[in-house]
Design a protein around this ligand. Structure first.
Ligand code: N01
Length: 597
């Protein structure tokens, strides 16, 4: 529907590919516009080689590589700027939990030499400045359609019909754009589709609501306000200490406590930066050889946690705790494969929580009892300390579940009652209403598949991707789905992606895809598609590797259990180096496991 309720017109243009036929559709709104434009600059051409969905770090680099290889390419980006997750997640305290000297592109030595990171862990604004710098430096914007959401992708034997809806900042209207592309690359991000849970009567709440993943660009002033944060994953844990400093009162509503490791963030010393830059190639190489493609200078310990005595174990964990960050779990080599080792490591963190949080009951509620690392580990600055502030309180939703929202706030159930739907005085004995001026949803994302499933993707013989993935995502190498030729996913399910430094995985995938389509051109190939057998084997392989770990022992967004109705499937593949080797072998063997025509 048009936002202005305008009539719609459809113009069909018949155009021809240089090598095979296809057609281009351009739909326009109030005014008929041929070759509809975006506010990103020049009108999109009606036929291109590569359509890229998303202008985060994956889409930007994909555009650069496609152009370098001589392909015409266009990126469609729903936001008004580049940066993807870093464009949207502007909540207080948002920063990367991978060190900035690693969380950056390595494809251009000039870029990595000239860019100056200021802190060990970069803030969201600094990362967004970096993304903008990359876009300018490599002149990317001229081929990006901003404020443009891809709505459907339809395979028509020779290429993809791409349809997108574009909103122009300077016009009251929107218009649809469509073009044909020989290849489509989904660079839609793993954590880009917000998960906003519904609660009874949530429409009644009279205050403001926010989601951390769609934060207002002008920021939010919580001064003097009574604020609730729902959710204690990475986004909640990063934002809670800062909101607490500003708000009159902060109430944290926690369903499952998370394990969080201090970041020990600091300004980067010029000497350290110079040292890394002098040997950047080697620094990157060492990182890429680790399972998570990060922290090559802090290798995983050589022992299991049960193989050393208590003092040795405590001292190894204390050293990692003092160093801070995600590599804490690498103190021992069996943290995620041996449940007894995992318990010993978790005990250490629970001791830290007890020794930090002054109120024993609050410390108890903040202490997780699950496998550490099963949900993604969080990295914080003053998270547990924040619960010692007089203006912060914690509601444990496992003991006091949310009953409903009200006009003034959130009503929780304080004791079990046989009567669920009681009113008047009976309700007041079992319910407590917390009044808020603002509620922050730090409730995460429909991870890995959420953004993809919002697009109508129709492959060969009318197969819908939603149907192909109805029991969970299936693909080959995390890159290609049987029935969907010439369609690639970057850091999709079935690849290491979110278990790694994302930028390393992004670069790896973009390089592989670019090499693949260049190879196709050189070999006069028109289409490439995962074989059904190789896809089946790959899915079994991913399940088998995940089955050797403790990852499946808890509810997490890795498994999709945070989204009601989503199939429970462990989506990423642990282990970057082995995966990268497999991808290289496949390419070197004429794209083994793919059908190329
Ligand atoms: O989301 P999450 P996130 N009622 O899914 C709770 C990356 N990231 O945005 O655990 C009540 O981790 C939910 O409770 P439970 C990073 O990879 C990176 O924090 O499901 N609570 C949980 O506590 C991270 O892992 C950085 O029981 C509900 C929270 O909301 C990923 O993004 C920074 C609920 C959601 O936690 C996602 O993190 C930020 C409900 N109905 C994020 N539904 C970096 O530093 C959900 N919750 C790079």
């Amino acid at each position: 529907m048009s936002r202005c309720g305008a009539d719609w017109f459809m113009v069909l243009l018949i155009a021809r590919w240089p090598t095979f036929s296809c057609f281009t559709v351009v739909r326009v709104g109030n005014n008929v516009r041929m070759g509809a434009t975006s506010n990103g600059g020049a009108p999109p051409t009606s036929e291109i080689d590569v359509a890229i969905v998303g202008a985060g770090f994956a889409g930007m680099y994909m555009l650069h590589r496609a152009r370098q290889a001589g392909f015409t390419a266009r990126v469609f980006e729903r936001g008004g700027g580049v940066g993807g997750t870093w464009y949207w997640n502007r909540y207080p305290g948002a920063r990367c939990d991978v060190p900035s000297l690693e969380y950056s592109y390595q494809f251009s030595d000039e870029l990595q030499q000239e860019w100056e990171w200021s802190e060990k862990y970069a803030t969201q604004p600094e990362i967004l400045r970096y993304a903008d710098h990359v876009a300018d430096r490599f002149d990317l914007r001229r081929d990006i359609s901003f404020n443009t959401t891809v709505t459907s992708l339809e395979w028509n034997d020779d290429g993809w019909l791409v349809t997108a809806r574009s909103i122009d900042d300077n016009a009251p209207d929107h218009h649809d754009v469509a073009l044909t592309a020989r290849f489509v690359v989904l660079a839609t991000g793993c954590l880009s589709s917000a998960n906003v849970p519904r609660f009874p009567d949530d429409h009644l709440f009279g205050g403001r609501t926010y989601h951390t993943g769609a934060w207002p660009h002008d920021g939010v002033d919580f001064a003097g306000q009574r604020v609730a944060v729902i959710g204690t994953g990475s986004s909640g844990i990063q934002s809670i200490p800062l909101i607490a400093k500003q708000a009159a009162h902060l109430t944290v509503l926690q369903r499952t406590p998370a394990y969080s490791i201090p970041a020990r963030n600091q300004q980067l010393s010029p000497e350290y930066v110079a040292d890394v830059k002098a040997n950047y190639g080697e620094f990157r190489r060492k990182n890429s050889l680790t399972r998570a493609a990060l922290g090559g200078d802090t290798p995983t310990g050589p022992h299991g946690a049960c193989e050393v005595n208590d003092d040795e174990r405590r001292s190894a964990l204390e050293a990692r705790w003092q160093k801070g960050g995600l590599l804490f779990l690498g103190a021992f080599n069996d943290a995620l494969t041996n449940s007894e080792s995992n318990r010993l490591i978790a005990d250490f963190v629970r001791d830290k929580i007890r020794s930090t949080v002054l109120d024993p009951d609050t410390a108890r509620k903040l202490s997780p009892d699950s496998i550490i690392g099963c949900k993604r580990l969080c990295v914080d600055t003053d998270y547990y300390e924040t619960f010692n502030r007089p203006n912060v309180s914690l509601v444990d939703l496992r003991e006091q579940p949310i009953e409903r929202f009200s006009e003034k706030g959130i009503v929780v159930r304080t004791s079990s009652s046989p009567c669920r739907d009681v009113g008047g005085s009976t309700e007041s004995r079992h319910m407590e209403e917390h009044e808020f001026d603002a509620i922050v949803f730090a409730t995460g994302f429909d991870a890995m598949t959420g953004a993809i499933s919002k697009i109508d993707i129709v492959g060969r013989n009318g197969l819908q991707l939603r149907d192909a993935w109805s029991a969970g995502p299936v693909n080959y190498l995390g890159l290609s789905v049987h029935g969907f030729p010439n369609l690639f996913t970057i850091t999709g399910p079935g690849s290491p992606s979110v278990l790694t430094n994302m930028i390393v995985s992004i670069q790896h995938h973009v390089d592989w895809i670019s090499d693949c389509i260049s190879w196709m051109n050189a070999n006069h190939a028109r289409t490439i598609e995962a074989d059904a057998d190789s896809q089946n084997h790959w899915v079994q392989h991913v399940n088998a590797v995940a089955g050797m770990t403790l990852y499946q022992s808890c509810s997490s967004w890795y498994l999709g259990t945070n989204v009601p109705g989503k199939p429970r499937v462990f989506m990423p593949l642990p282990g970057f180096p082995a995966y990268a080797q497999t991808c290289a072998d496949v390419a070197q063997n004429g794209y083994r496991g793919f059908h190329v025509s």
